[in-house]
Design a protein around this ligand. Structure first.
Ligand code: 2P0
Length: 339
């Protein structure tokens, strides 16, 4: 291939783990959430998505490969992201209308409730923005690929404001504190099950919006207070309050999942054993030393400070001896990088 007729960009993007959860949309097409959410972005050294885009006038068609399997380009979310990125790009770019090949890979299980779509779309949109030389904040475009992806566009502690504009232009993510603000913070991921989840979070949250009366109360009454308190706890580095909010928030969305009809149950006995162990450990220590949170799957994500990692790991090893199916990634730090 003639090198003047080819453009290649590669990006990597991290996973984020919400402490205030996104659950429910007010606009399914634009992916506008019914509540704000707040997350920590993990360091890219451990779990990330990697995307390479090759653009050339010599390519005959657009192609998209995810983890070695070709995907259809006929996907509304992908088309929406592409359309928005191209709208922001300078019309004079010579490669604006070249065809391209996208290759994306995750170095961790895909669609197993480990935020793979967040890292995946954050990475794809960052790569497209780089390809088309866009400098603006493109978190609202990542959001159109997968809601939680907008939070993976920043490192550290990130707030996704639901916004109020009907076109979703102000439904964007912003960093509230870099990872360096709370460098002792660690995340422990206990992989209870790495199979694809039973119900996609997209379908499940739609069903919750349609059938759960509790969801309205959660979105309007609970989340605004929790979000404000959680931001304050992060700013003050108050782990006691941070942990309580994180666990209550996780319990809140799983209560909503139970209230959804028919219910979408993600947690299993192992998930409950881990949550019980966290409460027992915190009680033994007379303060919150560990916080659990669960997304759309049974895998436990634990937030804890560096000083608690070794001791709590020994509790986990006691409960789940290493030959058991539960695996863990030890004490992941947060990332401070902005993509
Ligand atoms: C979160 N989750 O805040 C919540 C908690 C799962 C449980 O964001 O439909 O894959 O693509 O916008 O982003 C998962 O939702 O859903 C998610 P779509 P997404 O992390």
């Amino acid at each position: 291939m003639d090198s003047s007729k080819v453009k290649v960009v590669t990006c990597i993007a991290p996973v984020n783990i919400a402490v205030i959860k996104y659950w429910g949309k007010s606009d399914e097409n634009l992916i506008i959430p019914i509540n704000d959410s707040l997350s920590g972005t993990l360091s890219m050294d451990f779990m990330c998505a990697k995307t390479t885009i090759i653009a050339s006038p010599e390519l005959q068609e657009n192609t998209f490969w995810l983890n070695g399997k070709e995907q259809s380009f006929n996907n509304k979310r992908l088309t929406n992201c592409l359309q928005e990125v191209k709208r922001l790009a300078s019309k004079s770019l010579p490669h604006l209308n070249w065809k391209f090949s996208i290759k994306s890979e995750n170095n961790f299980p895909t669609a197993a409730g480990l935020a793979s779509s967040a890292a995946g779309y954050a990475c794809l949109v960052s790569a497209l923005a780089k390809l088309y030389e866009i400098e603006d904040n493109v978190s609202f475009i990542a959001r159109m690929g997968s809601g939680s992806a907008c939070r993976s566009m920043y490192g550290g502690w990130v707030l996704w404001c639901k916004g109020s504009s009907p076109d979703g232009r102000d439904s964007i993510a912003k960093q509230i504190a870099p990872a360096s603000h709370w460098p002792e913070m660690r995340v422990l991921i206990l992989v209870v099950n790495d199979e694809r989840k039973k119900y996609s979070s997209t379908d499940a949250m739609k069903r919750s919006v349609e059938t759960s009366e509790l969801l309205k109360y959660r979105a309007n009454q609970i989340v605004p207070k929790m979000t404000k308190a959680c931001i304050e706890a992060i700013q003050k580095k108050d782990f006691e309050i941070f942990a309580e909010i994180t666990m209550k928030e996780s319990n809140s969305i799983h209560a909503i999942c139970q209230d959804t009809y028919p219910p979408c149950v993600y947690l299993n006995d192992t998930s409950h054993t881990v949550a019980n162990a966290v409460h027992a450990y915190n009680e033994f220590k007379s303060s919150n030393k560990v916080a659990y949170t669960y997304d759309a799957g049974p895998n436990a994500v634990l937030y804890l400070l560096d000083s608690s990692v070794d001791e709590f790991m020994s509790v986990i090893n006691y409960l789940f001896p290493p030959q058991d199916t539960a695996e863990y990634y030890k004490g992941l730090p947060l990332s401070s990088n902005q993509l």
